[in-house]
Ligand binder design. Structure first.
Ligand code: SF4
Length: 302
């Protein structure tokens, strides 16, 4: 249908479609939401939008050509600032840096919104599409269950609910340019030592947990399971039971809230078995069973 016959909804749909076409190129890092937002803030576009319903057919065709030109300009000339398009927030949550500790201490970000990826755990590299094994631990904001969206991204408004107090990575990264995000890797990352290092009793127990329940031990147990064609299943189950007992015992003794267990001890072995293509089912009598499952996507380090 010619633009001469479009009503305002059709005009908007076609703007959206054109922005999609402009940003469809895999070499173009600019997300379409970003182009739409820039266009939306363009006074000339706003003038056309406001008067669209009053225009005659010929004027609509003339102004539509102008909108196409504006969209092309905005896809090419990206404003060097965050417009809250939500692109970064939809594809993962941030990894925290030492600088973010103040936000946590001030209560701007709740402790229960964090989790730890321990040394040796597999994560998706943000720079290459591959799994990497962490040489040092990382602390991240949680993602929404079953996906990668940051916990603080509001799906209705498409906005960050803690924007004024968002972590360093969110303030630094730019959806149109990967460089600032890469440069951020030179900044010191937040670790549990920064948070709990001065609480001697807890810190000693965390070190003990890391020694006895290292991810490498889980890897070794699954390797044995594979080599013995399932005979060594008890080795895996014993490790799961031990790790579970350790975290729950310490949590109870030290009154650690359940919402903070994944920050204090990292993800449980029971959750990490997904990395190896299994899940843990618990029978009516409480017996744990290891069941083959589809491997899940791991957390993305950013
Ligand atoms: S904290 Fe806010 S800005 Fe950062 S990823 Fe989450 S929703 Fe986006």
């Amino acid at each position: 249908m010619t633009p001469a016959l479009w009503n305002i909804e059709q005009f908007r749909e076609n703007v959206f479609r054109y922005a999609e076409e402009l940003t469809d190129d895999p070499d173009n890092p600019v997300p379409k939401e970003r182009v739409i937002l820039q266009l939306d803030r363009d006074p000339e576009f706003q003038t056309i939008l406001q008067k669209w319903h009053k225009l005659c057919g010929a004027e609509k065709v003339r102004d539509w050509k102008r909108v196409l030109a504006l969209a092309e300009t905005h896809a090419r000339e990206i404003l060097p600032s965050c417009l809250m398009c939500g692109e970064c927030c939809r594809h993962g949550s941030p990894t925290l840096h030492v600088e973010d500790l103040e936000l946590l201490r001030q209560g701007k970000i709740p402790w229960g919104a964090l989790y730890t990826l321990r040394r040796g755990e597999p994560v998706h590299s943000p720079f290459k599409d591959e799994l990497v094994f962490l040489v040092d631990e990382r602390i991240k904001l949680r993602e929404k269950p079953g996906g990668r969206q940051c916990l603080f991204f509001d799906g209705d408004t498409q906005e960050c609910t803690i924007y004024a107090d968002r972590p360093l990575q969110c303030r630094a990264q730019a959806c149109w340019d990967p460089k600032p995000g890469e440069e951020l890797t030179a900044q010191p990352y937040l670790t549990r030592k920064d948070i709990f290092g001065e609480v001697d009793v807890l810190w000693d127990l965390l070190e003990e947990h890391d020694r006895r329940c290292a991810f490498e031990k889980l890897t070794a147990a699954f390797k044995a399971l594979e080599e013995t064609r399932g005979e060594a299943v008890d080795q895996v189950l014993d490790l799961l039971a031990y790790e579970d007992h350790f975290r729950n015992f310490v949590a109870e003794k030290l009154n650690i809230p359940r919402s903070q267990l994944e920050l204090v001890f990292g993800r449980s072995f029971a959750d990490l078995v997904q990395v190896f293509g299994f899940r843990v089912d618990v029978g009516p009598d409480g017996t744990r069973v290891l069941v083959p499952d589809a491997p899940s996507e791991e957390a993305k380090e950013e």
